[in-house]
Design a protein around this ligand. Structure first.
Ligand code: ATP
Ligand code: MG
Length: 472
């Protein structure tokens, strides 16, 4: 049997809590979702969109070892051991702090932020670092004020490498999270006009990303994108904090410099020059943007103190690294008479990832799939610049040779109106209104790329295409 994640006294103390009862199971994990809870996990009753206290009984019914609840929670029949705190978020943050403190001095923590590419980079690091030692990383994009504490609270004491994704929508949000994670290495993937609705300028976004350096441990390293226009701003912030800087990109002065990049429809072959020599590796995720993320991964692995041989060994894991779900995963759907290639980018969108996805779509050979169709939903949280940023996608659409563009949402109307008639597909106010037109017009031999912000609900279009063309 594996080690318990936490002892009872230990977790109660870490949460700054009072114990009410004793668990009958050993503690195997923590969960905030009673529906997905595994037996032995501690249910954390967070107050977010819903109040988790409503689901405490359901969590115990699924075999929760205990529940972290407010002091005021009234124990129900069937409830097991309770960890009572004034505030459950503060309680889980306390557990997170203790989890970080109990890591051995040899352990390495990497924090990842950036306007796009956090989860992709996090998953690459998980794959690579797992080759070097027990590695812990978050589920999904758990990167906010509750996701970061939850990820740390779930971290086993024996963790050798931890990867922590840190996101933000507003200035000031990253500081407490990076101070909790106390990374040895902090990556900023890139700075782009995302969440512009909450910021006065892209410089202000860069400053908010730069907050990540505030938590870097003494002697630690910031891994920064040298090709990004905001590099010097981030570099100055890192140096002011006393961190070293490892730069990555194509710029001639990069520490991890891409010297060769062969972009294929399903994989990318990369050669990167590092301080210690040249790393040659393959990446199973297509697109220049993913290749850029992988350079940050190489820089971080080395910055963790690994020698060159170990870094090369770790990077070898990327040969089987496909894009995470909804972030460019490609499916060949075979129906009667042939196949379509479905590119599922439905997880999210902003101007940077939209252009990256269009560029990656253009890698699909026309000899195999003659026609290119893009189904695009609104990119959200762009503030006043939204119409211009949507209409401004036209050059990227043209450069990618997209033959037909379907659009959904009020912002995408700006792109729809700018499209030349030959490329103009149907526009609808919502994604629901597009399903019929898309499924009717897509035919065998098409590459179909579906992308939009999560709130634009492009997932159902992906599902409808799967249903229509089936999978073989
Ligand atoms: N370096 C990059 N440049 C541009 N686009 C990228 C880059 N890396 C990933 N993407 C694209 O951006 C989208 C989001 O990727 P990912 O989930 O990795 O980002 P994230 O920063 O974790 O997003 P979130 O803020 O939603 O957690 C995907 O479509 C992905 O293909
Ligand atoms: Mg993410």
């Amino acid at each position: 049997m594996s080690e318990p994640l936490w002892g009872w006294d230990e977790i109660v103390r870490a949460a700054g809590a009072t114990a009410d009862g004793m668990p009958t199971r050993t503690i195997a994990g923590l969960s905030i979702d009673s529906r997905g809870l595994a037996p032995g996990e501690v249910f954390v009753a967070l107050k977010d969109q819903r109040d988790g206290h409503e689901f405490v009984s359901a969590a115990f019914a699924r075999g929760a070892a205990a529940a972290l609840v407010d002091t005021a929670y009234v124990k129900k029949p069937g409830d097991g051991a309770l960890i009572r705190v004034a505030d459950t978020l503060d309680g889980s943050t306390g557990i997170a702090r203790a989890a970080r403190a109990r890591l051995s001095p040899e352990a390495g923590v990497v924090a990842v932020t950036g306007s796009v590419g956090k989860t992709s980079t996090k998953e690459m690091l998980r794959a690579c670092l797992s080759r070097l030692g027990p590695t812990h990383a978050p589920e999904k994009s758990f990167n906010n004020h509750w996701g970061v504490p939850l990820t740390l609270a779930r971290m086993p004491a024996s963790t050798r490498y931890a990867v922590i994704e840190i996101g933000m929508n507003h200035a000031g949000e990253i500081i407490p999270l990076t101070k909790l994670a106390r990374p040895h290495v902090a990556i900023v993937t890139t700075v782009e006009p995302v969440h512009l609705g909450h910021f006065a300028s892209v410089e202000a976004i860069a400053d908010a990303k730069a907050e990540i350096v505030e938590g870097i441990e003494p002697g630690g390293v910031a891994v920064l994108n040298r090709d990004n226009p905001h590099f010097t701003r981030l570099e100055a912030a890192a140096r002011a904090h006393g961190a070293d800087v490892v730069s990555f990109g194509t710029h001639e002065r990069c520490y991890v410099r891409m010297v060769r990049c062969v972009l294929g429809p399903d994989r990318t072959d990369i050669e990167a020059e590092c301080g210690n020599g040249r790393i040659v590796y393959a990446l199973a995720a297509p697109g220049r943007h993913m290749a850029m993320n992988s350079l940050a991964v190489a820089g971080a692995i080395e910055a963790l103190g690994n020698d060159f041989e170990s870094t090369i060994h770790a990077m070898g894991a990327l040969a089987s690294f496909g894009p995470p779900q909804g972030r460019g995963a490609r499916e060949k759907l075979t129906g009667t008479g042939g196949a379509i290639l479905l590119i599922d980018e439905s997880y999210n969108a902003n101007p940077a990832s939209m252009c990256a996805a269009l560029e990656a779509m253009a890698l699909v050979p026309r000899s195999e799939y003659p026609r290119r169709i893009a189904v695009l939903g609104d990119m959200l949280e762009l503030g006043e610049a939204a119409p211009e940023l949507h209409g401004g996608l036209l050059p990227a659409v043209e450069a990618a040779g997209v033959d037909l563009v379907f659009t959904a949402g009020p912002n995408m109307k700006a792109l729809h109106d700018r499209l030349p008639a030959a490329r103009q597909g149907h526009w609808a106010a919502t994604s629901d209104g597009l399903v019929e037109a898309v499924t009717a017009q897509v035919h065998v031999g098409d590459t179909v790329m579906v992308k939009g912000s999560f709130g634009s609900r492009m997932g159902p279009i992906v599902a409808a295409l799967r249903a229509r063309f089936g999978g073989a």
